[in-house]
Design a protein around this ligand. Sequence first.
Ligand SMILES: Cc1cc2nc3c(=O)[nH]c(=O)nc-3n(C[C@H](O)[C@H](O)[C@H](O)COP(=O)(O)O)c2cc1C
Length: 360
Amino acid sequence: MSILFSPLAVGPKTARNRLWVSPMCQYSAIDGMPQEWHHVHLAQFASGGAGIVMTEATAVSPEGRISPDDTGMWSDAHRDAWAPIVAAVRARGALAGIQLAHAGRKASTSSPLNGQRGSVPREHGGWQTVAPSAIPFEGLATPVALDHDGIDRVVEDFAAAARRAVEVGFDVVEVHAAHGYLLHEFLSPLSNHRDDEYGGSLENRARLVLRIVSAVRRAAPDLALLVRFSAYDWADGGFTPDETATVATWAAERGADLFDISSGGLVAHQRLKTGPGYQVPFAAHVRRTAGVPVSAVGMIDDAAQAEAILEAGDADAIMAGREWLRDPHYALRASIELGVDIDYWPAQYLRARPARVRAA
Ligand SMILES: Cc1cc2nc3c(=O)[nH]c(=O)nc-3n(C[C@H](O)[C@H](O)[C@H](O)COP(=O)(O)O)c2cc1C
């Protein structure tokens, strides 16, 4: 029996398996609108057997975009543009997920597809960034510290985007609180130097993300609610795995169903050590310490490795990014490698399913 290919209930939804598509920016939107590229890109993973197909970081407001070419969900027109994509993913048996995001001080940066780096100047369509404190990410423009009205607006923007996600039929909403974007900037003492109720103690640094989890839960009571955290900043004085476990406990009390455990992205001087499964220990720590469901992500590129992580009890599910780009049918291939006969091969592709799997 394969754990990877057993279904997993995530709050009110059930994923058909535990091999999911991690959010990946495509830098191919126009005014926040997903395009034909996004449709083909996301639908192919559902044909390829994914349990959940997650969109890229999708901005809850125009100023929350990482680059001018990111997708958004800040208007009903954006919601309607997502409709055919959601339908295509769901028609292929996967749960459709949307990662909702605000890029904070790392917003308004050049798309890597342009071959440029750094902040986009105003005259080329850039905008003023915001953050918990007016401390820039090394090499980027200096943000403005959010005031209380600004913080309230961010909460409302997440809630409104979640409401649109419900209206258009998404099954899963993920709050992006990782990779050095706005919510992670509030969580980490390296980027949050506030002296009001949003800074200082862990309770204060977590206040914004917890308000957002509560607001999204209210707006989307019947969706699976995930939160992505960077459990470690890979730098002295940053956010820690223990703090992540504590915040995950608080977020679970407010209705979050599963935690997607990543790391890094907050500071340019991070000392990241990558390798196969390099973030799995963080996921395992949060799962064991907080007693909450987690997914693991980061260089989990083959079926046996994914199965072993689940078997060890280090995670409840696997998110993969780049392996899906190398092989959009990663789950079909993984099922062959594990000898599991899944019943969601696209009928059009059945002649590619090996006989030994069918017989198993
Ligand atoms: C092209 C690309 C775009 C990405 N965009 C996002 C994103 O929008 N949101 C996010 O949380 N992570 C993003 N990531 C990180 C991935 O979701 C994933 O966590 C990371 O690539 C490690 O997993 P992997 O080794 O399976 O690729 C991106 C990664 C890649 C390669």
